[in-house]
Design a protein around this ligand. Sequence first.
Ligand code: GDP
Ligand code: MG
Length: 594
Amino acid sequence: TDPALIRNFCIIAHIDHGKSTLADRMLQITGVVDDRSMRAQYLDRMDIERERGITIKSQAVRLPWDGHVLNMIDTPGHVDFTYEVSRSLQACEGAILLVDAAQGIEAQTLANLYLAMNADLHIIPVLNKIDLPAAQPEKFAEELAGLIGCEPSDVLRVSGKTGEGVRELLDHVVASVPAPVGKADAAARALIFDSVYDTYRGVVTYVRVIDGHLSKRERILMMSTSATHETLEIGVISPEPKPSELGLGVGEVGYLITGVKDVRQSRVGDTVTSAAKPAGEMLAGYEHPKPMVFSGLYPIDGDEYPELREALDKLQLNDAALVYEPETSAALGFGFRVGFLGLLHMEIVRERLEREFGLSLISTAPNVVYRVIMEDGSEHTVTNPSEFPSGGKIAQVFEPVTKSTILAPAEFIGAIMEICQGRRGQLKGMDYLSEDRVEIRYELPLGEIIFDFFDQLKSRTRGYASLDYEPAGEAEADLVKVDILLQGEAVDAFSAIVHKDKAYGYGVDMAKKLRELIPRQQFEVPIQAAIGARVIARENIRAIRKDVLAKCYGGDISRKRKLLEKQKEGKKRMKMVGRVEVPQEAFVAALSTD
Ligand code: GDP
Ligand code: MG
């Protein structure tokens, strides 16, 4: 295709403002999906996306429109997937900034707008959901125009639900988004912006061609690894993969398949070039995202450890933000310490591992990364609370902090400040976006955000507040490690690093929780919470003689047998901590954050 006829754009917005629904209408209106095959949020292909109603992965689709080729990328809106969005932006020249006409600007509207501006994209402001009775297009057109510095009349209005205004929007994309520029006769250079492992076809690599041309049956070179492969298939997504005999030229977005099964051969951010005529210089790749939250992941069935490793390898290909290394826990056995971008990312990874790879997993409470400086000047990076040095030789502890932005109606300012103050937040500033909407900026420790902060915020503001945060370095804090001991033995999976003022509360809660979760044993089991050698809370599980059969009066043999079977099954899922039998569920329940 002539690059002058190509328009590459993405749709960015706060979560739930209607990106995927708008993408649906575009698929339909351009005839790429016929009415019969249409289903809501067509591009959310993963089961987990469909069930949760959220987009996790960006999806690129080629749409024919008015003699032009539009490559549209639908993106996720949640803060954890900012990395996914910023990659998509690099494959585009324009962005549709979508705002719900009944909600107005929210935290990720701002965050995504700044990303798009940094990537030098042409921005098209659009109000969505104008079919809603509660829509206030006049008001929010003004808000949006004020934000990006245009006239309220420049703000387009659409309904992704009814399709109103979508044709005009597509015309506007053609007229206003710049065509891609690249050197057609130069050596090929294409940026890998995503790749996926497919059981049948091996690795599928998604690329945006910058210069030159990639063809079928060509030897290609992955520039960062120097590996060469032959392209078995090359094509475009519209909306399913469509092989193309012509290959991909300047400005085009598509996929290639080399038959490679090794997931590490196709790295997101790498440059693909031709092996016969390689380019001199790689394209600027992506800054590698830094994992912010760590948790231990263990197979419930210890035999599944190799499967877990393989599953993580495969998932990592599709999720460049995922990092992991092996770890052992006295309580949980062999597993991995896994780094995530945030809590939602953590939930999603765990769920994908369980569903796509059939694993049963247990995860430890999430924690952030701490830097501990000892009195002798030595330094430790702690990604696992049980590695936090105990003993009094600690000089300083640093924790990661965030620049957090909360957008909400002005009536909730008091409630929001109270929550943030209670979590060691420092107010950095406040601005009114309009007379009744305010943007509040805080510096907040990341460790405080990852524990139910968002839930608290939502419930105290009746769902009206939205939150965005970005890393903002580290700060010194008064942090201690609290250990939980069963019969005098520390259970590594329950150790936590908490602020000194909250250590007692954590210890008491945990001890109480465990007393309820761990069944009585043949002997008494003391549960203690301790900071170093100092015990700060204590509970007792009283001894019983556990004789299930005593429950069946009389001679119903089959019932007795059933009970025994059940008990045996329960046994399988027990972990031993010293002499204490702890059911798997107790770990799971105690480790869940609420
Ligand atoms: P995304 O998170 O930005 O991709 O948002 P979705 O496309 O998944 O939409 C979120 C919710 O808003 C869904 O329940 C949609 O049905 C609804 N929605 C999206 N667009 C419109 C619209 O134009 N009008 C109305 N009334 N609802 C919409
Ligand atoms: Mg979506």
